[in-house]
Ligand binder design. Structure first.
Ligand code: TYD
Ligand code: MG
Length: 452
């Protein structure tokens, strides 16, 4: 009998070792290395037409390469399409990660139900009846979606051969197992092997595959890091489970930008696309409150009005606290120092808390001015007029710096009914006929003059 081949994997980061050891040398975690039985597959189970295997690739000039193959499937979901960069590329593998219960299965089932393409939804987690119950809540008319409950890749490929679908969805990669590897489903070697088989299938038949992946408690996709290298696109579905809003973003995308963002709202009948997110991110309130300011930011190419809240209060302890949610804490400290040095505000003995509403994290430097305005407003306890908004970066010498795509931000602010937008004097603005007042400022002192 052939000797059983085993090897050791760190269950946390996926590093491979020849023998057991207590600590993983690459991720430094203890007691995570476990033995797994591996048996190198003699052949892969995805049998392909012989022509493609025999083909040897030749170097070609860039303009000679035929890219008509890269036709994209329209997913009939504007948010999903945008995050992917304009639809799913044929033969690509996309991994969707997210916390349990966030709505991954709901999202992909919903997409499968609204497509006209023949879709195979393979579930290793739920029974066909459970999925049917969910499908009836989401879209009872979807009829081009086939449901298969199966976990063995060899059986899945057999069904795929018979059905010949245009899109395959796997829920989830951690439940799959392949006959060629003896370790249990969800182990590092199984995940690697099953993904390799799926990649081979996707590339050779030009069928796009969507995989659902579980995440670990620290937010990474469970399984080896190499999984994320193997697939073409890694999407992350996030949001607070107790809130109705869900955010879809691309962490890696071989066919588009990773800046795009999709926003959904979880409803009784599935996920609804939120095409105008600015409206939900700005809270409705009766009176004007101090410490609130609205920033005209861009997420990818999309303008997004975001509300910034600051609370400035006298420090209770000797060392004042500075805390920021959704905004870089170092940048907050820098802006506080600028306010202190250039505008003469004594914030050294104050606690400062900053929060970006809606659970969003913002990297766009154009939010700086709104952060400064909200801090000033809270410090002076004077509410800013709710029809003001801000879009500029603040420099170390207190200068107000221009930001990219300012016209787009101004138009979004105008559309949402703001009366005044504060931008840098150094922005080149070629807008005519706007009903919104564009207030140009060059120094932080100018802002102080307008606000307090
Ligand atoms: P699910 O897709 O099962 O999450 P995941 O696959 O990421 O683990 O989503 C589950 C949650 O979504 C569940 O708690 C109930 C909620 N939900 C709705 O609110 N409305 C719906 O129409 C559906 C189908 C689910
Ligand atoms: Mg699920």
């Amino acid at each position: 009998m052939a000797k059983v081949k085993t090897t050791f994997f760190c269950q946390n980061c996926g590093s491979q070792y020849a023998k057991w050891q207590g600590q993983c040398t690459s991720c430094k975690s203890w007691n995570t290395i476990a033995e797994e039985v591996i048996q190198k597959p003699q052949k892969s189970d995805w049998k392909f037409s012989s022509s493609s295997t025999k083909r040897v690739s030749k170097p070609l000039k860039v303009n000679e390469i035929d890219n008509s193959q890269e036709a994209r499937l329209n997913m009939k979901d504007a948010e999903f399409n945008r995050v992917l960069g304009g639809g799913m590329v044929q033969g690509s593998l996309t991994l969707l990660g997210g916390e349990p219960g966030i709505g991954k299965s709901t999202l992909l089932l919903q997409i499968a139900l609204q497509l006209q393409y023949k879709t195979l939804y393979v579930s290793g987690e739920e029974s066909q009846r459970q999925i049917k119950m969910r499908a009836e809540r989401i879209n009872p008319n979807g009829n081009n979606c086939y449901i298969l409950t199966e976990t063995k890749t060899q059986h899945i490929f057999k069904q795929i051969e018979d059905l010949d679908p245009d899109l395959v969805i796997i829920d989830s990669i951690q439940t799959l197992h392949s006959d060629y590897i003896e370790s249990s489903a969800g182990s590092i070697s199984q995940i690697k092997e099953c993904t390799t088989e799926l990649i081979k299938f996707a590339k050779e038949t030009s069928t796009p595959v969507l995989l659902i992946g579980h995440i670990t408690k620290d937010g990474h996709i469970a399984g080896p890091k190499i999984l994320e290298h193997m697939v073409d696109t890694v999407l992350q579905f996030e949001g607070d489970r107790n809130h109705v809003f869900r955010i879809l973003r691309a962490n890696k995308n071989r066919f588009g930008s990773t800046n795009e963002l999709g926003i959904y709202e979880m409803q009784g009948s599935g996920l609804r696309e939120v095409s105008n997110p600015s409206e939900i991110l700005i809270s409705e309130k009766d009176g004007e409150l101090s410490g609130n300011a609205v920033a005209a930011t861009l997420e990818g190419l999309r303008p997004l009005m975001i509300e910034v809240q600051a609370l400035v209060s006298t420090a209770v302890y000797g060392t004042p606290q500075r805390s920021a949610t959704g905004f870089n804490a170092k940048r907050l400290n820098m802006l506080l120092a600028v306010l202190e040095k250039r505008a003469g505000f004594r914030l050294g003995a104050k606690d400062v808390f900053l929060n970006i509403t809606g659970g969003i994290t913002v990297d766009d430097p154009a939010i700086d001015l709104a952060v400064v305005a909200s801090i000033l407003s809270s410090n002076e306890d004077v509410a800013l007029p709710s029809e003001y908004c801000f879009a500029a970066e603040v420099g170390l010498s207190g200068e107000i710096r221009p930001v990219q795509r300012v016209a787009q931000r101004i138009l979004e602010a105008e559309k949402l009914g703001f009366s005044t937008i504060f931008v840098s004097k150094y922005n080149k603005i070629s807008l005519e006929d706007t009903s919104i007042k564009i207030q140009l400022i060059s120094k932080i002192e100018d802002l102080v003059g307008y606000l307090v």
